[in-house]
Design a protein around this ligand. Structure first.
Ligand code: CO
Length: 433
């Protein structure tokens, strides 16, 4: 595939994945077609060398792996980690309210979105809904396709300072999303449930609970004079999930794995990773331990496997924005389409250190791709990733890298076409090294 085709493939993946639950479902569809077998955490596992497997925990975190021809105790795990969630707005339990005939959905803020970017977008809803079906408790993924919700701006005539002060939205009062104009005999919550019934085919009276996220219905697009950029929602971090997946599913990588190759994509990174499915939880540790146990009887072998493992934590990086030069350390500007970014932070907000950095640079050179170095301004708080959390949990060496992007945590983010291909290439190199 050309770089543009890879990005088109990524944009399609994002468009099919409006929520972390949908992202994992999209990945599952792709890997099932490539003979990956789903493992149940409640069952006993028996694994074959060269076998392809995956484990899903709670629908929005997934670990997939190809068992190497050498057992993990002899060659370790090569892991690419990323996250499936993106910051945004989540629907409250008592969702719908009405005043003056206008129904709105109450929302909570998930993670750290740029709230102003949610205004005036063609929003809709996606997630999962639990209900009773024929006396059985069950649930399904739900997605409204048409624009359903909106957060209209207040006109500038009533908000004269908006261009000087920025768009400030009160988190409690000014974020409810407009849903409908109701007639006088309609009640908001039953009306909302009737919409859910139409969209999902679930009897409204049987609905028990939900996880629903607002998403932007606008599809991904290429832009720029040479179409060298692309835009979509959730580029942070579905682009890294996609790159990791594309690298693992490469035919040479899939069929010639010496070491056990792993992609671990976690939910809940944007809220700190502390959950039973997040990078701070037991999920990846549990899976790696079970692989070790299934391939070797020696108790010591799990520790031997982990001691020679390596984690690449792939998450997006901050590309230089020429309108805001003072936001960056002048000696560490990174540019879109100039290669993967190695992130360093002395306080270990990023897990990279000189040894893991040297190894990554070596893989970039082997793959004949450029790379860039990033260090955050000392007078701005630095973000973090799953890298430090997962590597601490597992006790393995790690590096934090990612493709440069603009507008991180906007509902419409942007990045460079060429970088995505570079990232896939270096991750392939890592897997076959
Ligand atoms: Co991220």
């Amino acid at each position: 595939m050309t770089a543009r085709e890879q990005v088109q493939h990524l944009l399609n993946f994002i468009d099919q994945s409006p929520s972390p639950w949908h992202a994992v479902a999209s990945i599952e569809t792709t890997i099932k077609a490539l003979q990956f077998t789903r493992l149940d955490e409640t069952a006993k596992w028996s694994l074959q060398a060269g076998g392809r497997y995956y484990v899903v925990r709670d629908d929005s975190s997934i670990v997939l792996f190809v068992l190497g021809h050498k057992i993990p105790a002899e060659s370790g795990f090569k892991i690419v980690g990323a996250h499936t969630d993106s910051p945004g707005l989540r629907i409250r339990p008592h969702a719908a309210t009405a005043s003056d005939g206008i129904a709105r959905l109450g929302v909570e803020i998930y993670g750290g979105p740029i709230l102003a970017t949610f205004a005036d977008r063609d929003l809709s809803l996606a997630g999962r809904v639990s209900y009773v079906d024929d006396q059985h408790l069950t649930y399904k993924l739900v997605r409204f396709d048409q624009p359903l919700l909106r957060l209209p701006n207040l006109a500038i005539h009533m908000n004269r300072g908006v261009n000087e002060d920025g768009l400030k939205l009160h988190k409690q009062n000014e974020l409810p999303l407009m849903l409908a104009q109701l007639s006088s005999d309609q009640l908001p919550q039953p009306y909302f449930l009737s919409l859910l019934e139409q969209a999902a085919g679930i009897d409204a009276a049987q609905v028990l609970s939900w996880d629903l996220a607002a998403y932007d219905t606008q599809k991904g697009a290429f832009w720029g004079g040479n179409q060298e950029f692309y835009a979509n929602s959730q580029i942070d971090n579905l682009a890294s999930c996609h790159a990791g997946l594309q690298a693992l599913l490469d035919e040479t990588v899939l069929n010639h794995a010496e070491s056990t190759l792993v992609c671990a994509f976690f939910d809940h990174e944007e809220i700190g990773s502390e959950s039973h499915i997040g990078a701070g939880g037991s999920f990846l540790t549990d899976v790696l331990q079970r692989i070790s146990v299934a391939t070797s009887m020696e108790r010591e072998d799990t520790a031997r496997a982990l001691a020679q493992s390596f984690l690449i934590s792939a998450d997006m990086a901050h590309a230089y924005h020429p309108n805001f030069p003072s936001a960056y350390d002048a000696d560490h500007k990174v540019f879109v389409n100039k290669g993967p970014v190695i992130k360093s932070n002395a306080n270990r907000r990023y897990s990279s250190e000189s040894i893991s950095i040297a190894r990554f640079i070596y893989w970039c050179e082997q793959a004949s791709i450029p790379y860039q170095r990033y260090s955050h301004r000392s007078d701005l708080p630095c973000g973090s990733t799953i890298g430090p959390i997962a590597s601490a949990k597992l006790g393995i060496r790690s590096i934090d890298i990612g493709c440069p992007m603009w507008a991180m945590h906007s509902i419409r983010e942007s990045a460079g076409v060429q970088d995505h291909e570079y990232m896939i290439k270096v991750l392939q190199r890592f897997f076959i090294d």
